[in-house]
Design a protein around this ligand. Structure first.
Ligand code: BGC
Ligand code: BGC
Length: 645
């Protein structure tokens, strides 16, 4: 019995031990699996890697960049290399320690990608934290931080907002563009940002496209001149030895996509199909990029459009053969937003392989990085991406980081007082006045006298800085309303310009219930609501009903009517214009509305010229770069038109 009992106890014990062992084994296995999993995602610091000694070649500022690149590259593990190729959107990296742990090469703020506290101080703190996290990596490779500063440091309330490029195309003044780029570099650099996704070199042929205003013009020569001026102005304005890097985009032919071809179901033309046309490539699309490269551009962004049925990011001919080999581009190619993953739908692995092999060096992921790191690692292990290609991509990224001075930055000083400075506001105001295009002026009505007794002002754009600024202002889609610190609405500019004896009465609707007689002058400032990218694709861009009413109501109460259009593109107005005495295209002038009044009241002459043709009706688009409309008839105004000056 006792034996039995004993045995039974033993058996019981055995069973218990068996259970315990089993649970223990499972636990150990689970722990091992978890450790293994995190190891897979972690940068691999194998002992055979060369350590980053303090006197390593790559750390020595005086040595040639290529020597430094090669020295750093040979110290890097594959994991560290792949990390450099990743560009993450900052809201998708929840913990800044991940920048260190995964050795991420670059971060961005998309439109509206703001810090908790959206102030210059908040920006500096956010960017610095991420940059410091990158410096904590084994090799201390600095981070690129990119933003869309395409009309000033637009995400930051209080920064000066310059006219969107379409207005700068109308001003057609390379020196002005260069100064604006320089001032933008100062404001951006003050918050620690070192890279901007600008200038846009797109040349829109179809103004129904929501990105028309981001372009200088549809004329390759003008785009070439202004974008080169922008790059030079931006990159030579170094703060503390740092260069703010430009990104000519979107490579290539994005402005020539066809209506109705967008691969994004919500859009019509944005992210659409550009016909593969070798002749247009050589004659129109490529020259601005060639001169951007010659002007020192070190990063180029490929577009979300397709070329001959294939997404641009997968086009080895355009990226590697043409841009890198033919044009001799030595910097890096970055993809746009989620574009890489649209190469092969629902196959992130294949998409990444195709993009990297086509020549994309840095992938704007932008929402996840762990699967990307795993996928690229796997592709290298399988020989689907060669180590040479990885080394080439990473060398290009490092070369740019060295060239920008990022490795040699010592105690950078950040003077936030440049943000929204008087000097920058004055520059923007000048830019606004140079960008206005006078399209109609019956009996020389403009400029107006400053001593008119009474001026009535109506329209949705008269007292709305948000509309003046358009998309890419504080939010991705822009803002509606009047709350940007330090800014001036067009109405405020008018009030500030006229004599103290002049009465300015404003009623957006134009009803002016209290006005019985007829004022000498009525000014209607009509506008488009802000929009960005495909959200601005519009089958028939014209005035809103409420703005047409605002003009017509105003006409009843004023002897003569001046119409000012605030818009990101030409609007269809052929049926309306004969009723107006004067018409001014003001584009998207930005935060300094006073620049409009400067010209309307004659302190500055009208000199702006249309940067693209203004169609009579929508069947005239697309319009080719020689100005030929789709219906072969003359447009309402040809490119280059503008009275005065
Ligand atoms: C746009 C780019 C922009 C990027 C980052 C994309 O959706 O196409 O022009 O630079 O977002 O915000
Ligand atoms: C971002 C933009 C980006 C867009 C692309 C937005 O959420 O803020 O920067 O261009 O998505 O779809």
């Amino acid at each position: 019995m006792s034996i039995f009992r004993h045995n039974s106890n033993v058996r019981k014990n055995k069973t218990m031990i068996g259970h315990r062992d089993f649970i223990l084994t499972i636990a150990v296995l689970l722990i091992l699996a978890a450790v293994a999993l995190t190891m897979i995602d972690r940068t691999d610091f194998s002992p055979e890697l060369l350590p980053p000694e303090a006197n390593a070649i790559y750390r020595q500022a005086g040595l040639p960049i290529e020597d430094r690149v090669n020295d750093l590259l040979r110290r890097m593990s594959l994991r560290e290399k792949i990390g450099q190729m990743a560009l993450m959107e900052k809201n998708s990296v929840k913990d800044s320690n991940d920048v260190t742990q995964y050795g991420l090469g670059a971060m961005l703020s998309g439109g509206g990608g703001k810090p908790k506290e959206n102030t210059p101080e908040g920006w500096l703190e956010m960017v610095t934290e991420l940059e410091n996290a990158a410096l904590q990596t084994r090799l201390g490779i600095p981070l690129l931080y990119g933003i869309d500063a395409n009309h000033g440091h637009g995400n930051v309330p209080g920064a000066v907002i310059y006219p969107h490029f379409i207005g700068l195309g109308a001003a057609s003044d390379p020196k002005l563009v260069s100064e604006i780029a320089g001032a933008t570099a100062e404001e951006v650099g003050a918050t620690g940002v070192n890279w901007i996704f600008s200038p846009t070199l797109d040349m829109p042929k179809d103004f129904r496209w929501g990105r028309t205003y981001e372009a200088f013009s549809d004329d390759p020569l003008l785009v070439e001149n202004l974008s080169s001026a922008f790059i030079t102005g931006l990159q030579t304005n170094r703060q503390d030895g740092l260069m703010i890097l430009a990104t000519p985009k979107h490579y290539l032919g994005t402005g020539a996509a066809l209506w109705g071809t967008s691969t994004n179901k919500k859009f019509k033309i944005d992210q659409g199909a550009t016909p593969a046309d070798e002749n247009a490539l050589r004659k129109e699309y490529l020259p601005p990029f060639a001169s951007a490269v010659n002007s020192g551009a070190l990063t180029v962004m490929v577009g979300l459009n397709s070329w001959g049925g294939e997404k641009l990011a997968a086009n080895e001919y355009l990226i590697t053969d043409v841009l890198k080999k033919e044009l001799g581009f030595k910097g890096f190619v970055v993809s746009d937003w989620y574009g890489v993953y649209e190469i092969v739908k629902n196959d992130d692995y294949r998409s990444a392989v195709r993009a990297i092999n086509a020549g994309v060096d840095m992938v704007m992921l932008p929402l996840e990085y762990k699967p990307f790191i795993r996928n690229v690692n796997k592709a290298v292990a399988r020989g689907e991406i060669s180590e040479e290609r990885i080394n080439d991509a990473v060398s290009r990224i490092l070369r740019v980081k060295f060239a920008a001075g990022l490795f040699d930055q010592k105690d950078a000083k950040h003077d936030l007082s440049v943000i929204g400075s008087d000097a920058h506001r004055a520059l923007a105001r000048t830019a606004v006045s140079k960008s206005l295009v006078l399209l109609k002026n019956e009996n020389g009505l403009l400029p107006l006298s400053k001593n008119i007794n009474k001026i009535l002002v109506s329209g949705s754009g008269a007292d709305n800085v948000g509309r003046q600024c358009g998309g890419w202002t504080v939010e991705w889609q822009g803002i509606d309303g009047n709350w940007l610190p330090g800014s001036t609405s067009i109405l405020k500019g008018i009030k500030e310009s006229v004599a103290s004896s002049t009465e300015v009465v404003f009623d957006a609707s134009g009803n002016f219930a209290g006005e019985t007689g007829q004022a000498e002058i009525g000014i209607a400032v009509v506008s488009e609501k802000p929009y960005t990218e495909g959200w601005g694709d519009n089958a028939n861009p014209t005035l809103d009903r409420s703005d047409i009413d605002a003009i017509n109501n105003l006409r009843k109460k004023s002897k003569r009517v001046v119409v000012i259009i605030v818009s990101g593109r030409p609007l269809i107005i052929s049926d309306l214009i004969s009723d107006w005495d004067a018409l001014v295209a003001a584009w998207l002038p930005g935060s300094e509305g006073r620049g409009v009044a400067d010209v309307i009241f004659g302190d500055v002459p009208f000199t702006g010229k249309l940067p693209l043709p203004w169609p009579k009706n929508i069947s005239q688009v697309p319009i080719d770069s020689d100005g030929k409309t789709s219906d072969q008839a003359a447009p309402l105004f040809v490119r280059g038109f503008g009275l005065g000056g």
